[in-house]
Design a protein around this ligand. Structure first.
Ligand code: NAD
Length: 337
């Protein structure tokens, strides 16, 4: 069994802990938190040993009556792999601690690509993380774009990708984020950071991205144009995308017109937290004009990186190849809606 610790038990960390626990070849050694909030309470309720991430906060847990298993250093020492899901920038600060205990670490998309050995997307570059000590699982948007681009490159060749990302202002629980009533080019300069981030997965890909922020919390929406190196018809492309295990091509008759109904569907089918781990591509939007492909896809920012973290655990420990890991992860989670 691979022993996995999770440092930073928030939006991403708590989902990764549940996904790791669901795997037949992994166990959660424990999770570390800075504050005794509702998520800390739930971690204990679920039976995850809870470690304090900061020494001076230990008494806050005592006061709240939440029992600690120890300090984060003990969790790191006891884990085969650490998933760091701390807020952006904290992961890099933690890197030294992981190195000190010789524990390979996975970081999240908010971290810089500069200090890690590899950036990771299971479908696109699994083996780049093989045996690495510091691996960054790329952001929700970069994960979504990489999953889409990988099969298109393999099947048709890609000349250029142009994508406009309509980004949610914040996650549902992020009460302080915005905009509340605006449509904001973000960043207003081009390219947005997303294109260069996709290049950490596909260094030679020609990609331009533009970003906007809107008053929404449910999902991101990508308006995608890919200039291909051949001229497939739309049905062919749609078949290709339907064959990808982490792309959900929304059937026309589902009558799903946006992120609201997608989330409703995810809840109806019993997805934990209403999560959608797959890219959601509107089948009807898949259109070709000569060598240009167009489509819309929605990305559930809180969860699409979760199966990728699980696969990255197997990649850094060399315990499976891409195909086997993706299959195992998908089966254990119940991917494919
Ligand atoms: P979050 O704020 O929901 O969770 C972070 C957790 O880490 C919180 O519980 C916080 O209390 C805890 N924490 C803070 N400092 C800590 C420390 N020093 N040690 C241990 N824990 C600490 O953040 P999140 O949304 O889960 O984001 C985590 C990372 O994942 C970021 O890099 C982010 O960019 C990336 N990411 C977020 C999303 C998203 O949409 N939420 C999507 C993909 C990637």
């Amino acid at each position: 069994m691979l022993r996995v610790g999770v440092n930073g038990y928030g939006t991403i960390g708590k989902r990764v802990a549940d996904a790791v626990r669901a795997q037949p070849d992994m166990e959660v050694v424990g999770v570390a938190k800075t504050r005794p909030n509702f998520e800390a309470e739930q971690a204990v309720e679920k039976g995850f040993p809870l470690y304090a991430a900061v020494e001076d906060r230990v008494e806050l847990f005592d006061e709240a009556g939440i029992e600690l298993a120890g300090m984060v250093e003990e969790l790191v020492a006891d884990s085969d792999v650490i998933v760091d899901a701390c807020p952006s920038g904290i992961g890099e600060q933690n890197a030294e601690m992981y190195a000190e205990y010789d524990t390979p670490a996975l970081y999240q998309g908010g971290e810089s690509a500069d200090f890690v050995d590899a950036s990771f997307n299971a479908r696109s570059n699994f083996s780049d993380a093989s045996g690495a000590d510091h691996v960054r699982v790329v952001s929700c948007n970069t994960t979504g774009l990489s999953r889409l681009v990988a099969p298109l490159r393999e099947e048709y060749g890609v000349e250029k990708v142009r994508t406009t990302l309509v980004r949610r202002g914040g996650d549902p629980a992020q009460t302080g984020r915005g905009p509340i009533n605006d449509i904001v080019p973000n960043p207003v300069t081009l390219p947005s950071h997303h294109g260069p981030d996709v290049n950490t997965i596909f260094p030679d890909l020609d990609i331009d991205t533009l970003g906007l922020k809107v008053p929404a919390t449910l999902m991101h929406m990508h308006s995608v144009n890919v200039t291909l190196e051949s001229e497939p018809d739309a049905d062919e492309v749609r078949d290709l995308l339907e064959g990808e295990s982490r792309l959900f091509v929304i059937p026309d008759h589902f009558d799903i017109d946006g992120a609201g109904k997608l989330k409703e569907y995810a809840q109806d089918v019993g997805r934990p937290r209403g999560d959608i781990w797959e890219n959601c591509v509107w089948g009807e939007s898949v259109t070709t004009e000569g060598d240009d492909l167009y489509l819309f896809q929605a990305i559930h920012q809180e969860s699409d990186v979760v199966p990728e973290n699980v696969d990255a655990v197997r990649a850094v420990t060399n315990s499976a190849d891409a195909e086997e890991s993706i299959r195992k992860t998908n089966e254990a989670l119940g991917m494919g809606i």
